[in-house]
Design a protein around this ligand. Sequence first.
Ligand SMILES: C[S@@+](CC[C@H](N)C(=O)[O-])C[C@H]1O[C@@H](n2cnc3c(N)ncnc32)[C@H](O)[C@@H]1O
Length: 233
Amino acid sequence: MKAMSKAIRSMFDEVSPTYELVNHTITFGLDTVWRRLAAVFAARKGGAVWVDVCSGTGEMALSLRHFAATHTRVIGVDFSTPMLKKAASKSEAGGVLFMLADVKTLPLRSSSLDVLTVAFAIRNLHMSKRALVGTLEEFHRVLKPDGLFISLETSQPSSKLIRWLFRSYVKWLVKTIGRTISSSSSAYSYLSSTVLRFYGAEDFAEIIREAGFSRIRFYSMMSGIVAIHEARK
Ligand SMILES: C[S@@+](CC[C@H](N)C(=O)[O-])C[C@H]1O[C@@H](n2cnc3c(N)ncnc32)[C@H](O)[C@@H]1O
């Protein structure tokens, strides 16, 4: 594993005990609502196998489980053992299989998934467009033809005023709240910097297209602070 991936993994290992509390605090609990909405989108596709990559403490995977048919297998993949341990310790986690793996090279057969989701994590994988396309190509590989890709991620508001408010909130408050609750100053400096640098919804849709997906649609929420992208293989 490359040095950058190792550093990111150690950072998530370190913040795992307080990861959910920080998220719920900085989003006023809305992160849960956004994941549920993304899971509703997945449910429209149906199918036999759904995978949530960068599953962390399993909140997205458990939302998927909630909306999936009983016969649908739901799998959560992450490379941080402490994050996955938290996921697996939840009472509802019995219906989800958690796998330890690097999502840049998924240990899954080509054309084997009906749905692949990624929530609040794509911006932790890469910032460079070329590298992002590479990982999205890996997600494309494991989906069945017509399989559904769903990304839930922070975005960039188009209104200058909202963008300024959002960026100020992330720069000053998110960093401070994250540091205070988690006691890790470096993790929340890094995480807030990725929120500030990530692509706007139109640009991210173009990156998804470059990775080979089609029928790309996105839904901007909260004045463009957060977006759900969906695309088909
Ligand atoms: C910000 S958290 C998001 C967790 C979860 N999806 C959520 O909705 O809260 C990012 C997660 O991605 C994982 N991650 C980052 N890079 C990864 C990689 N290359 N392979 C597997 N997991 C990765 C981290 O361990 C962490 O659990």
